[in-house]
Design a protein around this ligand. Sequence first.
Ligand code: TPP
Ligand code: MG
Length: 451
Amino acid sequence: MNLAADNVRILAASMVEKANSGHPGGAMGGADFVNVLFSEFLEFDPENPRWEGRDRFFLDPGHMSPMLYSILALTGKYTLDELSQFRQWGSPTPGHPEVDVMRGVENTSGPLGQGHAYAVGAAIAAKFLKARFGEVMGQTIYTFISDGGIQEEISQGAGRLAGHLGLDNLVMFYDSNDIQLSTGTNAVTCEDTAKKYAAWNWNVISINGNNPDEIRKALTAAKAEKERPTLIIGKTIMGKGAVTAEHGSFERQCSTHGQPLSASGASYDETIKNLGGDPTDPFKIFPEVAELYAKRAAELKEIVAAKYAAKAEWAKANPELAAKLEEFFSGKAPKVDWAGIKQKANDATRGASATVLGALATQVENMICASADLSNSDKTDGFLKKTHAFTKDDFSGAFLQAGVAELTMACVCIGMALHGGVIPACGTFFVFSDYMKPSSSYWLPPYGNFQ
Ligand SMILES: Cc1ncc(C[n+]2csc(CCOP(=O)(O)OP(=O)(O)O)c2C)c(N)n1
Ligand SMILES: [Mg+2]
C-alpha cells in the first residue's frame, strides 16, 4: 500500500518538477488517502465511466491535481506520457482539473471550497434519485478538502446543509496538514474543526491521514453510517518523503506548497530516491503497484457486474421506473407544454416566473428548485406549492430550502448537475445574485490558466 502511495508521490513531484510549475507538497501528503480510496472503496465501471450508479469523487483543492492525475493514471485513465505533459499547452493535464468524466475527473476545481459544495449537491441529487428508484441509486459521494476549503466561507453553508439534511451518502476527507499557501494554519485559525462539524450534525472521525490502516477503518465506518455525513479529519504530512541534498527531512515546509521541490529547498533527486524512484526516469508505475490496481480492476468488474445484474432484475420488475431512470440521465430536454402556460397581463416578473415554475414542477419530474430563504418572496414558491421541500428523512419532494447562502446554493446546484439525472434551478433577487458570481467561474473555459 505504501509503495503505491509513494508511487503517487513520485509521479506528482515529478510532474511539477518537469513543468517547473505547480504544487507538490499537498499532493504528496494526500496520496495515502486517494490510494486507499481508489484501490479499495471507490466503485466505478472502468469500461463505462458514465455509469449513473458509480460512486463519485469530487476534488476541492484543484492545486492538488498532480495527485488526482497520478491516481487516475494507476486506474488507466491517463498515460504516463500525459502526466509528463502536465501544465503544457493542449495537454489533458492542466494545472487545475477540468471536468472530464471519461477520464474520471468529476468536477472542475481551483477556487477553494467550491469542489466540496458540488459534492454536497451531488449527494442531494443521489438522495432525490434514491427516493424514486431505490437501491440502484445507492452510490456514495466522496470528496477531498484541504485547509483552504475548510476556511472558505462556502464551507459554512455546505457543512450546515449536509449535516441538516443528514446526507449519509457523503464522505469527506479533510487533508489537515497544518500548512497553507503563505503560512502555517496556526497563523490564521485556532478553531476546533471536529467540534464545528459535529455541531452541524456530522459524524467526525479523526485519524493519521498517512496511515492506510486508519484510512481503511475510517472509510469502512463512514460507509456504515446511516444518519449523517462523515468527515474524516486526516492529519497528514505536507511534502511527505521530501528530503534535502544532505538527506535531512524537508517535510512540513510551506515552501513545498506551490513550487517544484528543487526550488523549495528540498532536493528533487534525493526525494525521488528516498521514495524508491529513479530521478532520471521517474514516470514509472512500479510492477507491484500495477498489480495492485489490476487486482482492483478485476474486483470492480465483479462488483459492477453484480450491480448491473441487480439493476436488470429491478428493471424487469419495474419497467416504467427503469425507462424513467434512463430518460432522466439521457440529457434530453424535457417535454414541456409551453403554449399551455398562460401569463397574466402586467404581472411582476417574479409572478410570471412563478407561473412558469408551477408548470415545470408538474411537467418536469426530475427538476429540483432551490431558494436561499426567499421562496415566498422571489416566488420560487410557484414551484414549491406543487411539491415539498427536502427534509432529513424525506427526499420525495423536489425543493431545496438552501438557507441564506447564495454561493452555497449555486454550487450545490452545479453539483446536482454534475451528478446527473436531475435538472437544478435556483432563484434569488438580482442584487443578491452577486453573492453567487464566484460559482460562474466554473463555466469559464479555458480554466487551465488559473493560478
Ligand atoms: C477561492 C480561492 N482563493 C485563493 C486561492 C489560492 N490558493 C491556492 S491553494 C491556497 C491555500 C492552500 O492551502 P491548503 O488548502 O491547505 O493546501 P496545501 O498548502 O496544504 O497544499 C490558496 C490560498 C484559491 N485557489 N481559491
Ligand atoms: Mg494544507
